[in-house]
Design a protein around this ligand. Sequence first.
Ligand SMILES: *Cc1c(COP(=O)(O)O)cnc(C)c1O
Length: 370
Amino acid sequence: MTMQYGPSYVRQIAPYVAGKPISEVAREFGLDESRIVKLASNENPLGMPDSAKAAMARAAAELGRYPDANAFELKAALADRYGVPAEWITLGNGSNDILEIAAHAFVEKGQSVVYAQYSFAVYALATQGLGARAIVVPAVRHGHDLDAMLAAIEDDTRLVFIANPNNPTGTFIEGPALEAFLEKVPRRVVVVLDEAYTEYLPAELRYDSIAWARRYPNLVVSRTFSKAFGLAGLRVGFAIAQPDLTDLLNRLRQPFNVNTIAQAAAIAALGDTAFLEKTAALNAQGYRRLTQAFDKLGLEYVPSFGNFVLVRVGSDDGAGARVNLALLQQGVIVRPVGNYGLPQWLRVTIGLPDENEAFIAALEQALAPA
Ligand SMILES: *Cc1c(COP(=O)(O)O)cnc(C)c1O
């Protein structure tokens, strides 16, 4: 008899499917790395801001020592930027770390966690990793159904995850609807509002979730440096919440979860408003181009408020995998989303103008009748 290690709820976890690295696709398909276009992981196509690169080079001289476990300077910069005391901030090794820590801080094995169908894969991971019970609420038009999510909360529910804008669908809940939801959620239930893409929102759609964190003692606002700030490889995320919640999160956090170089780079990126503006403008332009191409090809897509678009590339359940393979053969990496229950769709990250054109040309080729 073969030995089975670990609890059954851990063995049942489906492995996380990450975007394929450029080097791997080059090897697999015999392509030149320099000609591969990666639009698979919602990274900033501009790369790291120069301000962050300079800060990283300076911080490199200090790597013989441990990082500042309390990240005094980064927290001070965040506190200043978002108008909260440093005691309201938790840092994460990416915001994935925050999501995982939150699950451990607020939920016991056997209790339930509510999140939406087609929401970020890490919510399922964090829930299952605890042996907690997932209550997955069916999506409406690929987005969150807040009334249904409220109704789905049970006596043993301790946590609700909401991504706004949502990944992988790009849908967005407007501020007033979200606020009405927060008002109605029982205070014993913690809401993690995952705002990984908030910097891409146009001014007229912005809402003040930090003000909500002041008003609602059960709200954790989660943000990341991985997307608009351009630091995905460094792994920095943070949460803003009242001190009672923040204190619990910080007790569970690994003391050195954000390294010295990452702390320095994040401070620089946070202050680089020119880079953020350039990022948002480039994204808006790329979104128009991609959706115009989808319209021309007659492809359905979900209107997106992030830096990516979910597009339906066929009407059979083999379509996503088939078109994905045809794109890979042409050196274009996007994200199949069959693991999210969307086998007819692909998620494509908005790239630089040249990258978007390369993707569109490859997509046209992939969809052309044989
Ligand atoms: C990309 C993303 C994150 C950020 O992950 P990091 O760990 O900060 O890189 C968090 N939530 C959602 C919904 C995302 O799409």
